[in-house]
Design a binder for this molecule. Sequence first.
Ligand code: LMR
Length: 353
Amino acid sequence: MKSFLSIALLLIAGLAVSIWIGFHTKLSEVTLPFDDDQNGINDQVVIKFSHVVAENTPKGLAAQRFAKLVDEKSNGRIKVEVIPNGGLYSDQEELEALKRGDVQMIAPATTKLRTVSPKFQVLDLPYAMPNHESIIEALNGDIGKTLLRSIEKDNMRGLTFWTNGFKQITTNDGPIKKPSDLKGQTLRIMPSPVLEKQFQLAGAKAVGLDFNETYKLLESGELNGEENTISNIYSKKFFDVQSHLTFSNHGFLGYAVIMNEDFWKKLSKDEREILSESMKETTEWNQTHSFEMNKEQLRLIEKQSGIEINTLTDQERKIWSDQWEPVWKEFEEEIGTELMKKMKQLRAKHGDF
Ligand code: LMR
């Protein structure tokens, strides 16, 4: 009877201790992965991130990397849904969709932001930034900060800049070695008065069109050519429908990553921290690897196609740069003298022609 009583007492004590431990384990110590089907205390935060390029590009890969980092750091509670290839919205539409809050993030080419802030045209000036270092200095320094501040309106929050690389020229009517070789040709550009003026000075007609319209117009011959980075030329197979590629490095293509401001304001401090940390890591990765990616894809184009590639010499590039110098003067007022001065200083520091 005595031993029966001791066993019963032992069992009761054990039960009491387990209940006590159970109640005193904090919820935050239990990090169970978020269950998509679970409706409960913490609702999942979903960020729709729309962009127009392919997945195997500097922007496509950065967007995926950002989504993965956010997923890991939030333990699955914040989900970034990346929709590439203009699957949701074209270039023209995505900006309006972001302002309305139909998507929460976009990363348009900086060129496309001139409609929000004409200052952005400073990044489109021909031969403005002669090398990788000058681009990073411009984007991460004063020039980039001024630009991001200038779009903080219409429900937009500028987060950072991602890079793609230098633009090159492709055509089905080449070779293109000097500006006059483009005379009479019709080229696709991103809608931009700066770019239009540039090609006009070379005697060509440049038409501002959506990125995902380009391939079929090149294929049908309605366009002779276009300008873009190697990564966009490769991933959209423009090289398949063009006979010549001029490696000119004549302009820069990069992105401003933007979030809907109302959405940002509704996030908790922790959620914002997760997004900011993930964005910082992604930007570092993108700015380090994008140029390498373009080099690698140039090798793939050489391997996979018969396109004739002409690399401009420094002397030849100087001829293009001189031809395009009036563009700098023409857009000085719209861009603003202060910003123009900074860009001229940067160009001089990194060795202009
Ligand atoms: C283009 O329209 O050529 C580019 O903006 C595409 C992109 O986003 O890289």
